[in-house]
Design a protein around this ligand. Structure first.
Ligand code: PEP
Length: 253
């Protein structure tokens, strides 16, 4: 695993202010677990409140618009989430790609916009069940990654080596309770690592953390985190309860 594993909770469209108690509990426990970097991406409506409530953990957004401002009813820009207290943004999640028709081009523009205001990026990639069954998962995921990452990422590594994190999330594993084998996770993460080294060179490409996401739970976290090139986890459902999420964080210590 990475020197300092990164465990990130994605609350998706869950949570009202009552959920801030979970964020506080996660934050308190994380203060004693400094070997792991812990972060939460609540819905937009809770970013500022979460940022105000926590001391140790990172707070981020689950998406942002590619534009700076303007006539985009209902959208939120990178500068706005930064202003609300977010330090990172999850981009290219498969639910955004599916529900909102986000293409690699759109994701790449969003990455540009987020980098321009100084947000760190968690870029998601992952194949469908049909692609996995067809035996083309690695080709699909590495092509998706190349097409979603702008050239400009490279210019941010000197000042901020942690500017980019990649999350491999097989779509068929998200929220289903199904997970790939450790061998399959290892093979995919090695392919992603090789792509990052090809794109950014040995020094920077080797340092990008690659998270695994998809039905990570306290009882399978140790196994999934033991796969090659896994630098942490992106956690959906299990991040909604401090107890479950902290069980995963403990597995990364
Ligand atoms: C996710 O959608 O980012 C995710 C990993 O969800 P879950 O943990 O619920 O599978």
């Amino acid at each position: 695993m990475a020197e300092r594993p990164y465990i990130v909770g994605n609350w998706k469209m869950n949570g009202t202010r009552a959920m801030l108690s979970e964020a506080r509990a996660i934050d308190r426990a994380s203060q004693r677990l400094m070997k792991v970097e812990v972060a939460l991406a609540p819905p937009f409506t809770l970013i500022h409140a979460t940022h105000k409530e926590v001391e140790q953990i990172g707070v981020g957004a689950q998406d942002c618009h590619a534009g700076e401002e303007g006539a985009h009813t209902g959208d939120i820009s990178a500068g706005m989430v930064l202003d609300a207290g977010a330090k990172f943004v999850i981009l290219g999640h498969s639910e955004r790609r599916q529900d909102h028709g986000e293409s690699n081009d759109i994701v790449r523009q969003k990455v540009e916009a987020a980098l321009a205001v100084g947000l760190r990026i968690i870029l998601c990639c992952g194949e469908s069940a049909a692609t996995r069954d067809a035996g083309t998962a690695e080709d699909f995921v590495t092509a998706q990654l190349r097409a979603s990452l702008p050239q400009s990422v490279a210019s941010h590594f000197e000042a901020s080596p942690e500017t980019l994190t990649v999350a491999y999330e097989p779509i068929w594993a998200i929220g289903t309770g199904r997970t790939p084998t450790v061998a399959d996770v290892s093979a995919m993460h090695r392919a992603i690592r090789a792509t990052l080294v090809d794109l950014y060179g040995a020094e920077h490409g080797a340092n990008v953390r690659i998270l695994y996401g998809g039905s990570v739970k306290p009882d399978n976290a140790t196994e999934l985190l033991s796969a090659d090139e896994v630098g942490g986890a992106l956690v959906g459902g299990a991040s909604l309860s401090a107890e479950n999420f902290l069980g995963i964080v403990m597995a990364a210590v």
